[in-house]
Design a protein around this ligand. Structure first.
Ligand code: RI2
Length: 300
């Protein structure tokens, strides 16, 4: 499979979810390296740059993707000579994937320790980090009950419901508009994240900030599960991060709505102060304001 196919998988949402797209992009770079036949260092540099660009442009908001690519790019830049650069790329891509998967598994254990093992929870979209927490609770003999929001326009919540049911978690699929009706019944809200800004604000699927506000009003702890490579040190706040606007036909066919404008921003920003429970990261239950320092320590 060529790197362009990996990029297309991410762009078209065949592969989605912040952690998964980061790992898929790393695999895309490794696939480019495996197919490289150019021979000299200059053509390697040109091809590498193009592969980085094509993979990096697929999704603007999820910083995991850009951080994963930058991790590999820096490793390649640190060595001299074609053979060393090729080896560094292969090694860095494999290491990123391994660390990413280990981080998801570890934060699952962190979440399982923090949450009531027989509790009821609300989640949005299809976050492997959040799902991993519930699966880990189940694995440890707990019995979490999860309300999964359907999550328009892509309905990734369907996937969440299936994945949780397959791992034996008690799950109920509800429509997005029902969030308010169910918030009273839950012990906590647990979501994933696409990006964590330097101040701890979280960018996640549109609707997340509304859930956080509801949780605050009803005094339900609001937790976000996210690996530290989702921290964007270049965005001081969540508002600084560009919000991806996807095609309008994801909502409905515009041709059937003459004279109607569409808007499809797929993420929103939840202020750090609304993360009343905190962040589940691979380094433990973390306060939003501490996550940037933690990411620097783990990834530099
Ligand atoms: P994990 C997804 O974005 C959702 O917003 C989800 O909460 C987030 O990525 C994190 O996913 P999209 O790619 O890394 O479906 O926890 O737009 O799997």
């Amino acid at each position: 499979m060529s790197y362009a196919t990996y990029a297309e998988d991410i762009r078209t949402m065949r592969v989605h979810g912040a952690g998964r797209i980061a790992r898929h992009a790393a695999r895309g770079l490794a696939a480019w390296e495996a197919s490289f036949r150019g021979g000299d260092e200059a053509s390697f540099a040109r091809g590498f740059k193009e592969a980085l660009r094509a993979l990096g442009e697929t999704r603007p908001t999820a910083v995991s993707l850009h951080n994963g690519l930058a991790f590999i790019e820096l490793r390649v830049a640190a060595v001299q000579g074609l053979d060393a650069k090729r080896a560094a790329l292969r090694q860095a891509a494999a290491e990123f994937e391994e660390r990413s998967k280990a981080a998801v598994a570890e934060l699952g254990r962190v979440g399982a320790r923090a949450l009531p093992s027989e509790g009821t929870f609300l989640t949005i979209c299809n976050s492997h980090a959040a799902i991993g927490v519930f699966q880990e609770m189940r694995r440890q003999g707990g019995n979490p009950r999860v309300f999964a929001l359907e999550t328009r326009p892509w309905r990734q919540g369907h996937k969440t419901a299936r994945e949780l049911a397959e791992s034996g978690v008690d799950v109920t699929l509800i429509v997005d508009n029902a969030a308010m009706s169910f918030i009273r019944r839950v012990d906590a809200v647990v979501t994933g994240c696409d990006t964590i800004a330097a101040n701890g604000d979280v960018v996640n699927k549109v609707g997340t900030s509304g859930l956080a506000l509801m949780a605050k009003e009803f005094r339900k702890p609001f937790y976000v599960a996210g690996e530290t490579y989702k921290v964007d040190l270049t965005s001081p706040t969540g508002e600084a991060r560009a919000i991806e606007e996807r095609e309008h036909k994801e909502i409905a066919d515009p041709a059937e709505f003459p004279g109607v404008r569409f808007a499809n921003p797929v993420f929103d920003v939840t202020p750090a102060s609304w993360l009343t429970g905190g962040l589940f990261t691979e380094a433990g239950l973390t306060k939003p304001q501490d996550v940037a320092a933690l990411a620097k320590k783990l990834w530099s």
